[in-house]
Design a protein around this ligand. Structure first.
Ligand code: MG
Length: 388
């Protein structure tokens, strides 16, 4: 490799050299990072975004994702996704897209691993309860809470509170938390956009898989959707008639593959006319990655079907209502008796409203931890509840 344009010998063990060689001009390059709130010395072999990824991976909030439901609860079996396995699926799809578009994989992975760590227990029903409880305080958003976790609540390092992540990693999550503000003018970095796309590609496909496995849907129900019909035809052309279980799993693969391929095709076309531009220039232009019109319409059809047929399925509603009630009772009892909050959260009441602090404490819980604290607070026990 000619090193004349780099001023020194190219060394692929150096992340700066790897990025220089492998990434597109419009990728987010570590050399352009605006750094961290508390300045730190660079690491000898990990780039700043790889360090962010590792800090998120080692956080306790990340581990708690294993105990948080995505759509289906533990009472419904052990096949379906938790928020942790969903997160790994998002990271896998996102890395594939990032590599194909020559974007920054380390930043992409950091953003993907962080994207759901602010989710409360009990899936979206948990978020709805907290949002309602905290409505006079501006409501609750899991995307916003992820920022509170990584900036304030994770305490692993003696030098700073939170994880002291790079500006670009925090800005990416902030875009998710403040979508309306972000929609004006500038577009988010391409890595942020592709994680968003990977998130919805992953959950649409795995919710189809989980719902089929749980018997909430049949392939015949789904075959009314164009995107599913085409995937089934493709599988049958390659393999003929196959057993239902294999069809289900092949369908997940086909759905992901078709949507990722479509996104890559439109994105490559879009970016070809912007070769040489920087990440900042792309953001200023307001450029947005998108699916083709056909795939976008088919995705809307799939999501609307899932919303009506799966997320509001009669087997889910009683479980969801009971979970919502437990969270509501815990919220009301802790508002009435904040002395039962763990010490760290009682101290936060000095700087934040009681409602916000109680909401944060509840939002950090796993499903089973929340179940246990509900039993504690509705029993004769006294004293503070456990910290997570
Ligand atoms: Mg997600």
């Amino acid at each position: 490799m000619d090193d004349s344009d780099h001023g020194s010998i190219i060394d692929l063990s150096r992340y700066e050299d790897r990025e220089h060689l492998l990434l597109a001009s419009y990728a987010t390059h570590s050399r352009d990072s605006l750094g961290r709130v508390v300045p730190e010395t660079g690491h000898s072999y990990r780039g700043p975004y790889a360090r962010d990824r590792d800090r998120i991976l080692h956080s306790s909030a990340f581990r708690r994702l294993s105990g948080k439901m995505q759509v289906f609860t533990g009472e419904m079996g052990i096949y379906h996704r938790t928020r942790l396995t969903h997160t790994f699926e998002v990271a896998s799809v996102a890395r594939t897209i990032a590599r194909a578009l020559k974007l920054n994989e380390d930043l992409t992975e950091a953003l993907a691993l962080m994207h759901d760590i602010g989710h409360p227990p009990y899936g979206h029903c948990g978020e709805d309860v907290l949002d309602e409880c905290m409505s006079s305080e501006g409501g609750f958003s899991h995307n916003q809470f992820a920022l509170v976790i990584v900036q304030e609540l994770e305490n692993r390092y003696p030098e700073f509170s939170g994880l002291n992540l790079c500006h670009e990693t925090l800005a990416g999550q902030d875009t998710r938390a403040n979508k309306e503000a972000a929609a004006v003018g500038r577009s988010p970095n391409l890595e942020v956009q592709l994680v968003d796309a990977a998130d919805s590609i992953a959950y649409d496909a795995h919710d189809v898989d989980d719902a089929l496995q749980l018997g909430l849907l049949s392939i015949e129900d789904l075959a009314q959707l164009a995107i599913v019909r085409r995937a089934v035809e493709k599988i049958q052309q390659s393999h003929g008639s196959i057993p239902p279980q294999q069809m289900r799993q092949s369908l997940v693969h086909e759905l992901i593959d078709a949507q990722v391929s479509d996104l890559l095709e439109t994105s490559t076309q879009l970016l070809t006319s912007h070769l040489g531009k920087s990440s900042e220039e792309i953001s200023q232009l307001g450029l947005r990655l998108h699916h083709s019109e056909t795939t976008a319409a088919e995705r809307r059809e799939l999501e609307s079907f899932l919303f009506d047929s799966v997320y509001r399925h009669e087997r889910l509603l009683p479980v969801r209502d009971a979970a919502a009630n437990r969270l509501l009772v815990l919220y009301d009892k802790l508002i009435a008796k904040p002395e039962r909050l763990p010490l760290r959260f009682r101290q936060r009441c000095n700087v934040l409203s009681k409602s916000r602090v109680v909401g944060e404490y509840l939002a950090g819980m796993t499903d089973s931890f929340c179940d246990y604290q509900f039993k504690q607070i509705t029993s004769l026990s006294a004293g503070p509840l456990a910290d997570w």
